[in-house]
Design a protein around this ligand. Sequence first.
Ligand SMILES: *Cc1c(COP(=O)(O)O)cnc(C)c1O
Length: 357
Amino acid sequence: MARPACVQVDTAALRHNLQIARRHAPHSQLLAVVKANGYGHGLQQVARSLSAADALGVASLEEALTLREAGIRQPITLLEGFFEADELDAICEQQLSPVIHQPQQLEILEASRLRAPLHVWLKIDSGMHRLGFPPQAAQEAWQRLNALPQICRVRLMSHLACADEPDGEVTRHQLQHFLSATEGMEAERSLANSAALLAWPQTRLDWVRPGLMLYGISPFAEGCGADLGLQPAMTFSTRLIAVRRLRRGDAVGYGGDWVCPEDMPVGIAAAGYGDGYPRHAPSGTPLLVNGRRAQLIGRVSMDMLCIDLRDQPRAAVGDPVTLWGQGLPVETVARAAATIPYELCCRVAPRRAPACT
Ligand SMILES: *Cc1c(COP(=O)(O)O)cnc(C)c1O
């Protein structure tokens, strides 16, 4: 038996989730965000499954080139634009659309001779204060981009800081700032991530940019993807590689933090923080053994974790353990581990947790 930690990706779920996103924003074009290795699901596989999206969004030229080499022909947006001037040749050759979000990028464009016509996005900072031109600089940036002969199309975008708060004032303000900063500019506009697409209809505009929801995961602090009609795409699983009959008072794992309150069976599963399971998940974090709820106990090791098997005294070596996914929402595990599902999915280490066979 090979080491059993593995990731299974349900490509039908990805396609289903894309349809749900479409249903929420039927009049918008859809840019599917596949950065960070498709949120940990595998870049090429995700992109192939999302071939019905109007465009794809990645964080780097390397990711975009990987997609082109895999034969993906859809428009691709570089969400952080280019980092150096020497990326521009490849960007033009491969017809990628960089986001232009700060003055140096504008200067580089003005100083370059582009090999082919280029589509770009102009990013405005509407209040998140991360990337983008401040509203008062939007007009000048727009004019400078439009003055460049090789730039044949400029679209407008901004990003929301609090779209997962359904009643917050912030999103309303950001929408207003974005629309007023870009008033009179004849261009397509984009603002909505998953949370906004779902909770803020007025932000859908010409393009929506969902990421997380396409993987079947809820962007909100409560509930999970299934509540929104989504299906989880990733299942991270492994097997029991030992079952121990421990005695009352035995301490389990590094530091001996967890002590058996009675004689009891403890399962050892082959998955740990080296595979991307969160090291800070506390005792009590749920997982499934043979499809039934059980609890993590003790500290998570690099390659292993320990499970309270008192409710499943007959569990045996080789039995399946689900860390999250089918039957156990990653949202639930993320909350137990005081993190967000984005981080858990991205951190599943592909070399340590290969695709299930
Ligand atoms: C990552 C990202 C998205 C997608 O966000 P989700 O919350 O995963 O839907 C959209 N737009 C930009 C600019 C991003 O960086």
